[in-house]
Write a protein that binds this ligand. Sequence first.
Ligand code: ZN
Length: 59
Amino acid sequence: MNDKPVPTEPDLIDCKLCFKEIPESVAITEEGEDYVMHFCGLECYSAWKEKNKNAAGND
Ligand SMILES: [Zn+2]
């Protein structure tokens, strides 16, 4: 047999905020009109949201 078993590696993406590499399957994804961003967890997601909420409503 020539074929090595190829483990299906998850696609790694960078957290938008801390740049940690994480599998896309566990990332939190934020989709905009023409962008997609990924976050390693709610912590980064919330922090990013905080920084970028100037565009959306002022609570
Ligand atoms: Zn992160």
